[in-house]
Design a protein around this ligand. Structure first.
Ligand code: SF4
Length: 412
């Protein structure tokens, strides 16, 4: 349990126009699964790339955690963190009746300290390739046109051009910039229905999904051509099946198998990686047999009920996901877990114990502690609030005792 002192912080809030104000006479409250004051070691100055957001119809909680006050005229403030940081606390607020659902962002607590904005976050990865990107006028368009000229009929390249332009997807841009990790989207369908799916949400979710799910089945040939061209230009690069714009790649294992065989038949350069929900261990074994070298398996929890409440799986369960990690680990792959973290869930005492039990029995090279992008109330309504939250710092430290922490795919 974190025993650090409460922070000497002041409330930061927004007016109706979204302007940010500090109230130095008011102590803010945060939400760590339970509403409480932030602790000194949970706050850092807001890093470059932090995006401030006003939460519509939500009043910030302040004062005493036992009897918190909510100001009618003030709107709650939250921030979205830049890549490389993990959120430690949520904003604490009281929602007005009929307040609209919140879109998919990683709402993070923010307050005033020493006359500047501070956020509840920890730096969990330092990787230059994931810093915010700024392109000169026409620079990205020129790169896209030049690359597509070399393979004009490739439908996957056409999709990646949309992802690079409209969604600002780094791994799609990398295909055109010929650097780092390149995207190979393959599947229009999924066997899960995540509450925070960025490519497809329930019709009644009340919010749009940030991206449009691809609507075609990529061919092994088209995928292999992109991968080979990338690894020719970036010999230590990564080519990754399983991207934000698609469903579950393991549902298209035959195409992935053929693509990997085609790639490895032509070159041994770089790393062939798969980002997956890990739902189909036998299909993963086929990808491994074909030459897969690294896998990143996403999950929000090591507890079956919390996993099922968020992923809403169709025809599989958490045990299949964990079995996929065991298979990949035994086969000597580089294994990363993409842990979708959320205060009050990731640091629940039972969650920390379940994570520790798994990680002490299976070799995992990295746990990526990503901030889960979802409306916190929607998530707590589904997964439940914690019996005993230990604090995200404690949870991250416990994970770090078992494996390397990070935020991005590393090949070594
Ligand atoms: S596993 Fe991925 S594609 Fe499938 S519903 Fe979840 S986030 Fe969406």
């Amino acid at each position: 349990m974190n025993s650090a002192a409460p922070a000497r912080a002041s409330l930061a809030y927004c007016d109706a126009r979204g302007r940010i104000f500090f109230d130095e006479r008011t102590r803010p409250l945060a939400d760590g699964g339970v509403v409480r004051p932030p602790l000194a070691d949970e706050l850092i100055p807001a890093p470059a790339g932090t995006v401030e957001m006003v939460l519509p119809g939500r009043r910030p909680l302040a004062g005493d955690a036992v009897a918190p006050r909510a100001s009618e005229r003030r709107n709650a403030l939250a921030v979205a963190l830049p890549a490389g940081y993990t959120r430690l606390l949520l904003p604490a607020y009281r929602a007005d009746p009929g307040a609209p659902p919140l879109p998919l962002f990683g709402y993070t607590f923010a307050c005033e300290l020493d006359d500047r904005l501070h956020v509840a976050a920890a730096r969990t990865d330092e990787h230059d390739d994931w810093r915010p990107r700024y392109f000169a006028r026409g620079e990205l368009e020129t790169a896209i046109a030049r690359r597509r000229e070399r393979d004009p009929g490739n439908a996957v390249l056409a999709q990646l051009a949309v992802c690079a332009r409209e969604y600002g997807c780094f791994t799609a841009q990398n295909v055109f910039l010929e650097r780092g990790e390149a995207a190979l989207p393959v599947s229009p369908t999924c066997n899960a229905r995540c509450l925070g799916c960025i490519s497809e949400l329930d019709a009644d979710a009340g919010i749009p999904s940030p991206q449009r799910r691809i609507d075609f089945e990529a061919t092994a040939e088209a995928l292999a051509r992109i991968a080979l061209a990338h690894l020719e230009r970036v010999p230590d690069g990564v080519v990754s099946f399983g991207q934000g714009c698609e469903g579950e790649p393991l549902l298209r294992i035959a195409a992935i198998e053929r693509a990997i065989e085609r790639i490895r038949g032509a070159t041994q350069a770089g790393t062939v990686n798969l980002n997956t929900n890990g739902s189909l261990p036998r299909s993963l074994q086929r990808a491994i047999d074909a030459g897969l070298q690294a896998v990143r398996i996403s999950l929000n929890s090591f507890r079956p009920h919390a996993y099922a409440a968020y992923y809403r799986p169709l025809g599989y369960a958490l045990e299949d996901v964990l079995e996929s990690a065991r298979i990949a680990s035994r086969a000597g792959l580089r294994v990363s877990l993409n842990l979708l973290t959320h205060p009050g869930v990731t640091d629940d005492e039972q969650e920390v114990a379940a994570a520790n039990e798994f990680l002490s029995s299976v070799r995992v090279d990295m746990v990526q502690t990503r901030t889960l992008n979802v409306d916190p109330q929607v998530y707590f309504d589904a997964v439940g609030r914690p019996a005993r939250p230990l604090g995200m710092r404690f949870a991250l430290d416990a994970l770090a005792l078992r494996t390397q922490l990070g935020n991005f795919t590393h090949t070594h």
